[in-house]
Design a protein around this ligand. Structure first.
Ligand SMILES: Cc1cc2nc3c(=O)[nH]c(=O)nc-3n(C[C@H](O)[C@H](O)[C@H](O)COP(=O)(O)OP(=O)(O)OC[C@H]3O[C@@H](n4cnc5c(N)ncnc54)[C@H](O)[C@@H]3O)c2cc1C
Length: 385
C-alpha cells in the first residue's frame, strides 16, 4: 500500500513511517475496548501491525477515570431496566457482564488488576424502604432466572449492615460482584499490549477518516494524514464527532476520593450501589470513594464538559457524610469522566463500511464487558483481512 500524502503535515518522515506501516491496522481509543480489540487482533493475526491511537495524554477516557466496580447490576438497577426492556434482554446482559468479568480476570490475572471478590451491596436508606421491598419481592424470581443462565444459586440476598455502614439502612448483597483497582487494570492492559508488540500512541487526535480503494485515509488534527488497511473506532462517549448519526451520546460522571481516613480497620472492602446504580461508593486504599449524582439532571449531564457540576459535588459530599458519619470529610480528588450511552444498554459492535468498524456505547459497564467487546470486534475485523 502506498503511503498517504503528507504535504503540509506536522509529522516527520520518521513519525509517518512508524505510524503508518504498510498494511497497518489502526484502532482509535486506548481505553479497555480499544486495547482489548488490539490484543484480540494480535491473537488472531500475530503478524499484523496493530497501532492504537488516542488523543488523550494526561486526561484520558473513562477507563482511567471510573470507580473500579466489577458489577453485573444491582437489583434496583435491574428493576429500572425492566421498565424499558424484556426480562430476557435484562438478565442476559447481566450474564454477559458476569462472563465478561471472568474472561477479563482470566486474561490479565486477579493480582495484576487488584481484583477482590468481595461481593457488593446495594444500600437503601429508611426513606427508600419501598424500593427495598420491591427489590425483595422480585429477588427469588431474579435469582431463579440467573440460575437458569448458569450464574449459580442465590445471586442476591438480604444482608445485615456491614461493619462501619449505617445500621438503620437496608442492604442486599450480591456475591457475584467484586472490586478492582482501575490503575492496575489499565497498566496490566498496556503491559500486555507492549508484550504483544502493539504500538500505543498518545496525543494524536483523529479529525476524520474516509474509506478509499483498498485503504482508509485518516486525517489528524491539526495536520497530518496517512492510510491504514482497517480502522476501528473504540471512542465510546466521543464517537458523535466522527460518526454523528450513531446512537451514542456522552453521559458525564463525577467521582470523588477523600483524603486518607487515618484508619484501615472497620472499612468494608466491598463496593456499594445506591439508587438504581446511579450512586456508588467504596473504601479504597484507606480513603472513601464516592460517585454518581447524574440522575439529578440527566439532560444537562449529556455533555463532554470536564467542569465539575457544583450541585452534584455537594450532593455527593452530603451523601458521603451520611454514609461515613464524618461531617468534615475532605475530598482530595474530584474528577469527571464520560460514559457512552444510547437508547439501549448494549454496546454497538459493527462494521461501518468495508474497512471501518466500531465498538462503542459501553455505558457504565465497561469494566465488565470492555474486554469481551474488544475481542468480539477483533473477530469481526479479522474476517475483513
Ligand atoms: C465516572 C465513571 C465511573 C465509572 N465507573 C465504572 C465502574 O465502576 N464499573 C464499570 O464497569 N464501568 C464504569 N464506568 C464505565 C467504564 O469506565 C466505561 O464503560 C469504559 O471505560 C469504556 O471504555 P472504552 O475503551 O470503550 O472507552 P474510553 O475508556 O472512554 O476510551 C475511549 C478513548 O477514545 C479516545 N478518543 C476519542 N475520540 C478520539 C479521536 N477522535 N482521536 C483519538 N482518540 C480519541 C479518548 O481519548 C479515550 O481515551 C464508569 C465511567 C465513568 C465515566
Amino acid at each position: 500500500m502506498a503511503h498517504g500524502l503528507t504535504y503540509g503535515s506536522v509529522l516527520s518522515y520518521w513519525e509517518h513511517k512508524i505510524l503508518f506501516p504498510p498494511d497497518g491496522v489502526w484502532i482509535l481509543g486506548a481505553g479497555i475496548t480499544g486495547l482489548s480489540t488490539a490484543l484480540g487482533l494480535k491473537a488472531l493475526k500475530p503478524e499484523l501491525p496493530v497501532t492504537v491511537v488516542d488523543s488523550g495524554v494526561a486526561v484520558g477516557g473513562a477507563t482511567r477515570r471510573n470507580a473500579g466496580f466489577a458489577c453485573i447490576g444491582s437489583l434496583s438497577e435491574l428493576l429500572d431496566d425492566l421498565q424499558t426492556a424484556s426480562e430476557s434482554e435484562v438478565f442476559s446482559l447481566s450474564a454477559e457482564r458476569f462472563r465478561g468479568l471472568q474472561n477479563l480476570r482470566h486474561a490479565l490475572g486477579d493480582a495484576a488488576i487488584g481484583y477482590i471478590p468481595t461481593g457488593n451491596y446495594e444500600i437503601f436508606f429508611p426513606e427508600e424502604k419501598e424500593v427495598f421491598e420491591a427489590c425483595k419481592d422480585r429477588m427469588d424470581d431474579i435469582n431463579a432466572a440467573f440460575k437458569d443462565l448458569g450464574l449459580g444459586d442465590g445471586a442476591y440476598c438480604v444482608a445485615p449492615a456491614p461493619p462501619g455502614l449505617p445500621s438503620q439502612a437496608y442492604y442486599i448483597f450480591n456475591h457475584l460482584e467484586g472490586v478492582l483497582d482501575s490503575a492496575m487494570l489499565y497498566q496490566a492492559l498496556l503491559n500486555l499490549c507492549h508484550r504483544e508488540n502493539i504500538r500505543v500512541w498518545w496525543g494524536l487526535d483523529v479529525e476524520k477518516y474516509q474509506e478509499e480503494e483498498g485503504a482508509v485515509r485518516i486525517w489528524l488534527h491539526p495536520r497530518g494524514e496517512g492510510k491504514v488497511r482497517l480502522l476501528a473506532l473504540c471512542t465510546n462517549a466521543f464517537t458523535q464527532r466522527l460518526i454523528p448519526g450513531l446512537d451514542v451520546h456522552p453521559a458525564r460522571g463525577v467521582v470523588m476520593v477523600s483524603q486518607p481516613l487515618g484508619k484501615t480497620e472497620n472499612l468494608s472492602p466491598a463496593g456499594f450501589h445506591h439508587q438504581g446504580g446511579y450512586n456508588y461508593f467504596r473504601f479504597v486504599d484507606g480513603r472513601f470513594l464516592i460517585g454518581g449524582g447524574r440522575h439529578l439532571d440527566l439532560v444537562r449531564e449529556r455533555t463532554l464538559s470536564q467542569e465539575l457540576p457544583e450541585d452534584i459535588c455537594l450532593y455527593l459530599t452530603h451523601l458521603a457524610s451520611r454514609i461515613t458519619g464524618l461531617q468534615n470529610l475532605g475530598f482530595e480528588f474530584q474528577w469527571t469522566g464520560f460514559m457512552g450511552k444510547g437508547r439501549t444498554k448494549r454496546p454497538i459492535v459493527q462494521a461501518l463500511g468495508a474497512r471501518t468498524f466500531c465498538a462503542v456505547r459501553l455505558g457504565g459497564m465497561g469494566v465488565a464487558i470492555g474486554y469481551d467487546t474488544g475481542c468480539r470486534l477483533a473477530r469481526l475485523m479479522a474476517e475483513a483481512l
